[in-house]
Write a protein that binds this ligand. Structure first.
Ligand code: HEM
Length: 528
């Protein structure tokens, strides 16, 4: 027993008090460091709170709207704290050019989230770094050439016909429908067919075992799932819990099931008992080319093949392991299903609200198809230029991923601001696409912003729905093709209309995707 300020305290109480004082001192010290962090680097921004940094702003306004408000308040480049993580955010077009293209050597990687480094996330193209990323991206890019996309377009059309059958039932009953359910069904079918190597009609088969396991691969984002919030706010704690098996993010049974399925499909392709024009087939063929030493720099190449893809033969001479291939198929599902479905959903909304624009699109589809025997395919949708303007403007208003990021691999100076090695740089796509200096009346749906003349006038980094530079979206041309085929097929048969449940204005939720806060309910009418 010790006497302190007239009180008798046991040794254990003294230990507890001392620990609390040390903890409080450490929190205050970290907070003071955080408060001066960005002013030291000459970067403006809001002052952080202890522990949560500026996360309260994100919770209050939502990720996308908060980005927009902060850019308006602090200028085109600012710094803030997302929990314990320091973030520099920019819509400065010159800095964007440096980060995404010119100084790609410095900004090669995205933020690495250690807690996510378990199977299948550990090999995700979007999360891996440096040499591993270069090797895997080079091999994967052989699956997204014009020739491969043309072959996959036939599989996409099968799924689009399935979607039309479902929409026809809605139209025949003069019913309303929730676009998200239908378009997610379609994009899930497309990824299963083109990337995992099997056909499915997920709207008709919601209890299909494979579909259930595939859906388990999704981590609901940011503010919805407390586990994800833990990863973002306290990455070190999340990593510790994950390594101790105290934080299960994806059921192990689903990982084992899907991995076995991929192995089986690959085996069938290798022993030639099955052939399909899909991603798995591309990977099996690549493996054969490596074994036979028949790799050329681009197995199939034309001017349209993505300009950023690595052509380095060193990387192309490597094959991917089956675990790596499974990982990429899972990544395509996560990167490609919701993004593409949301885009289709919001195109449908924009068209229902703007009947004049929808009519112009229908006229284009009818004209092109009339010239080509009514066939919707890889070539005919290429001629639908107005459709591309409608898609581009929808992705401007609602970029499916509302931000992207890079991490500085070394110290970097820009106009007196210092971006330190290890610093995460975020590009807030929503804020960029709603900048009234780049897009007057940003809330207005106006496809003319994307006619050739207007496009020429704009800086290439003012429009980034798929990112830019060597680390841009690998599936960009896949997604645009998928959307065009589905939209052409829909417009050839139906027309979207609003109903009394259609939202007057779209607001998005705080998840980091352009997910409408309330369901987009529409009507669909038969054209004939
Ligand atoms: C409308 C649909 C889509 C949108 C808006 C979209 C958007 C994006 C964005 C913004 C990025 C980050 C780019 C950057 O950091 O510069 C990205 C990365 C990526 N996307 Fe997409 N995406 C879409 C569809 C798809 C599809 C269908 C696939 C696959 C089939 C896909 C595969 C990927 C991959 C693999 C990456 C990571 C690339 C890398 O790190 O090298 N995406 N996407």
């Amino acid at each position: 027993m010790i006497e302190l300020f007239g009180c008798h305290l046991s040794t254990s109480w003294i230990l507890i008090y001392t620990s609390l004082i040390l903890l409080a001192t450490s929190i205050i010290k970290k907070w003071l460091d955080k408060r001066s962090h960005f002013s030291r680097l000459n970067i403006p921004g809001p002052k952080p709170l202890p522990i949560i940094g500026n996360f309260n702003l994100i919770v209050k306004h939502g990720l996308a709207y908060n980005d927009l408000m902060m850019i308006q308040k602090y200028g085109k480049t600012l710094g803030y704290f997302q929990g314990s993580t320091a973030v520099v955010e920019t819509t400065d077009l010159n800095l964007l050019k440096s980060v995404l293209i010119k100084d790609f050597g410095v900004f090669t990687n995205r933020r690495r989230i250690e807690a996510l480094m378990f199977e299948p996330y550990d090999h995700f193209l979007s999360l891996i770094q440096d040499e591993e990323w270069k090797r895997i991206r080079a091999v994967l890019s052989t699956s997204f050439t014009s020739g491969k996309l043309k072959s996959m377009s036939k599989l996409m059309m099968e799924c689009s016909n399935q979607l039309n059958n479902h929409l026809k039932k809605v139209a025949d009953q003069d019913a309303t429908f929730n676009g998200r359910d239908y378009f997610e069904g379609f994009t899930l079918d497309v990824i299963c067919s083109c990337c995992f190597g099997f056909s499915v009609d997920s709207i008709n088969e919601p209890n299909n075992e494979i579909i259930k396991h595939l859906k388990n691969l999704f981590l609901d984002s940011m503010t919805k799932d407390p586990r994800f919030m833990l990863i973002i706010l306290f990455p070190k704690l999340a990593t510790f819990l994950q390594k101790k098996n105290m934080l299960e993010l994806i059921p192990k049974s689903s990982i084992t099931f899907l991995k076995t399925l991929t192995f089986t499909i690959m085996q069938r392709r290798k022993d030639k008992s099955e052939y399909r024009d899909d991603f798995i087939q591309s990977m099996v063929e690549h493996e054969k080319n490596v074994e036979n030493n028949t790799i050329n720099e681009r197995n199939s190449s034309d001017d349209e093949d993505a300009k950023w893809n690595h052509k380095d033969a060193r990387y192309l001479k490597k094959r991917l392991t089956t675990a790596e291939i499974f990982s990429q198929a899972a990544m395509f599902l996560i990167a490609g299903m919701e993004t593409t479905a949301t885009t289709l959903n919001l195109i449908a909304y924009n068209l229902a609200k703007h009947q004049d624009i929808q009519q112009r699109l229908i006229d284009e589809v009818d004209r092109v198809l009339k010239n080509h025997n009514e066939e919707i395919n890889y070539e005919t949708v290429k001629e639908m230029n107005y459709m591309r303007m409608v898609i581009d403007e929808t992705l401007r208003m609602f970029p499916a991923a509302v931000r992207l990021d890079r991490v500085a691999g070394e110290d970097f100076e820009y106009e007196g601001m210092k971006i330190e090695k290890g610093q995460m740089v975020v590009v807030p796509l929503w804020a960029l696409h709603h900048d009234p200096n780049l897009y007057p009346e940003p809330e207005k749906f106006d496809p003319e912003r994307f006619n050739e003349k207007n496009k020429q006038k704009r800086d290439a980094n003012a429009y980034l729905p798929f990112g830019n530079g060597p680390r841009n979206c690998l599936g960009m041309r896949f997604a645009i093709l998928e959307i065009k085929l589905a939209l052409a097929n829909i417009m050839a048969n139906f027309r979207f209309e609003t109903c009394d449940k259609t939202p007057g204005k779209i607001e998005i939720d705080s998840t980091g995707f352009a997910r409408p806060k309330i369901p987009v309910i529409l009507k669909i009418k038969n054209r004939f």
